[in-house]
Design a protein around this ligand. Structure first.
Ligand code: ZN
Length: 285
């Protein structure tokens, strides 16, 4: 089994400080959390942007500021920028973070219901965003909320816009899409092409149970306050505490934790692109 790659979804678009005061929102808070989580064993960070009112934003300058601060305190880690749709629907605004050339970018390859909204990723948008991944050479993390999204990704591959080896993240347990169970997880794992890597993001109280499943099955793990606000005992979570929990469980059963360099190998990232994003921060993208 590969060593375990731990990703942290730090902030997301939905949680607020009222829900959990440990939520990092400003670039400084986000960077501080990244450092603590990296010290605890996390290697990849899924990053969103919030404006001065703490609302989700697609303002590329906020993404840049987040990246700048993160790279200052944790130059070794892997940055994965979000292309999520809750902060706005403009296609190019959603694609912009990919043009900054992070090592990875999230890419949900289909539409589904989420609490209060339809998460809209129509076919034309998937093609648009896939072409941006192709042009920039950024590796997508294919976010899968429903099995059909794997098919959609394979269509984009056939068109020549995304390339193997693929990395999938199965987002399970969000109200409105696939439930978080080992049965559903195994079903999805069986559908992805050989040679792919995968992680699971369990939503809400299924975050840690799904992490345990992935640890045992040879997958990788995403945790963080974007997906879940509580520890298994019901107390308020923090990003570092969630990482510590996963590391502890993994070590107890003998699954080793990947360093950033090891994670780059496991995920087939190109080490020479590690700091490409720094050269983009002063450019108009
Ligand atoms: Zn996200």
């Amino acid at each position: 089994m590969d060593k375990l790659v731990i990703t942290v979804a730090l902030t997301g678009n939905v949680p607020t400080k009222e829900m959990n005061p440990n939520l990092p929102v400003t670039p400084d808070e986000i960077a501080r959390d990244v450092r603590r989580c990296a010290d605890a064993g996390a290697v990849m960070f899924h990053v969103h942007a919030r404006d001065k009112e703490q609302k989700p934003t697609l303002d590329i300058n906020v993404f840049k500021e987040n990246v700048r601060k993160i790279k200052e305190v944790a130059p070794e880690i892997i940055i994965q920028l979000s292309t999520g749709g809750r902060a706005g629907r403009d296609w190019e605004a959603r694609a912009k973070p990919i043009r900054l050339c992070p090592e990875m970018g999230s890419f949900t390859t289909g539409s589904n219901n989420l609490p209060g909204i339809v998460y809209e990723n129509p076919p034309q948008f998937l093609e648009y965003l896939a072409k941006v991944f192709n042009e920039t050479g950024v590796k997508p993390e294919i976010e899968v909320f429903e099995a059909g999204m794997i098919n959609n990704a394979m269509y984009l591959h056939k068109k020549g816009w995304i390339h193997p080896p693929f990395h999938f993240d199965f987002v399970l347990g969000a109200p409105g899409s696939m439930p978080a169970s080992v049965k559903h997880l195994q079903f999805l794992v069986d559908l992805i092409p050989p040679g792919s890597t995968w992680s699971v993001a369990g939503i809400g109280r299924m975050e840690i149970p799904m992490a345990v499943a992935a640890i045992v099955m040879g997958g990788h793990v995403r945790v963080g306050l974007e997906d879940n606000l509580y520890m298994p005992d019901g107390s308020l979570a923090s990003n570092p505490a969630l990482v510590e929990k996963v590391v502890k469980i993994a070590k107890e059963i003998g699954r080793e934790i990947a360093s950033p360099e090891e994670a780059r190998k496991i995920l087939s990232l190109r080490p020479e692109r590690k700091d490409l994003i720094l050269s983009m921060l002063d450019k108009d993208v």
